[in-house]
Design a protein around this ligand. Structure first.
Ligand SMILES: Nc1nc2c(ncn2[C@@H]2O[C@H](COP(=O)(O)OP(=O)(O)OP(=O)(O)O)[C@@H](O)[C@H]2O)c(=O)[nH]1
Ligand SMILES: [Zn+2]
Length: 206
């Protein structure tokens, strides 16, 4: 699932983003984990592994199920026209190549248009979109696109810095290496001063 969360406008200022489990079938996942254990030479019927297929299926379902939330916005009555930036937002997602987590921090900023956003919603949008099989570039872009489409800000920017377990714990085992990705729209992309301000503000946090 890469189409972004389903959203429904309830009334001005309140967009309900619904649960998005993208077709998780828990019993089938549990059977598949048992089969994987057998294929790896382990006995899923052994007493100490008896609950493992259920736990693993539930853990992946949790990683892949977007949490519902309301995207609450307020009229920008004060005409605030400077940048709003949330930094240090924790992010966990699942790499689509190895099904291993990547974790890190994000910074999300926007320049308000006619509406401003409840602050927690920046982290909620990211969390919702991260609960999917992802690559970091796409996740970053999806958050920026989603905010552009649903908030209509004058500009929006997203920076994510993350460590991928598939890079740090296996293969090249480059522990501690981080990947930084960004996506910018509107003023933050086109106006050099805004772009520079955003990247300077996020440089310390992401
Ligand atoms: N661009 C991008 N690549 C990613 C991301 N997560 C994992 N990858 C990479 O996806 C690539 C998959 O390459 P393959 O050569 O098919 O996989 P592999 O044999 O396991 O590769 P190694 O990790 O080099 O052992 C690897 O280089 C991963 O590091 C991501 O979010 N973005
Ligand atoms: Zn990977």
């Amino acid at each position: 699932m890469t189409g972004g969360p389903a959203a429904r406008e309830e009334h001005a200022g309140h967009l309900r983003v619904v649960r998005d489990d993208a077709g998780v079938d828990l019993p089938a996942a549990e059977r598949a984990v048992a089969a994987l254990l057998r294929a790896l030479g382990r006995d899923p019927a052994a007493p100490h592994l008896a609950d493992t297929p259920r736990r693993v299926a539930e853990a992946y379902a949790e990683f892949l199920t977007g949490r519902p939330f309301a995207l609450t916005t307020f009229p920008n009555d004060g005409g605030y026209d400077e940048m709003v930036v949330a930094t240090g937002i924790p992010v966990t997602s699942l790499c689509e190549h190895h099904l291993l987590p990547f974790t890190g921090v994000a910074a999300i900023g926007y320049v308000p248009g006619e509406r401003i956003l409840g602050l927690s919603k920046l982290a909620r949008v990211l969390d919702h979109l991260a609960r999917d099989l992802q690559v970091q570039e796409r996740l970053t872009r999806q958050v920026a696109d989603w905010l552009r489409d649903h908030l209509a800000p004058r500009g929006v920017g997203v920076v994510i810095a993350a460590e991928h377990q598939c890079v740090s714990l296996r293969g090249i085992r480059a522990a501690g290496s981080r990947t930084v990705t960004s996506a910018l729209h509107g003023l933050l992309r086109e106006d050099p001063r805004s772009r520079q301000e955003f990247l300077a503000l996020t440089g310390t946090a992401a």
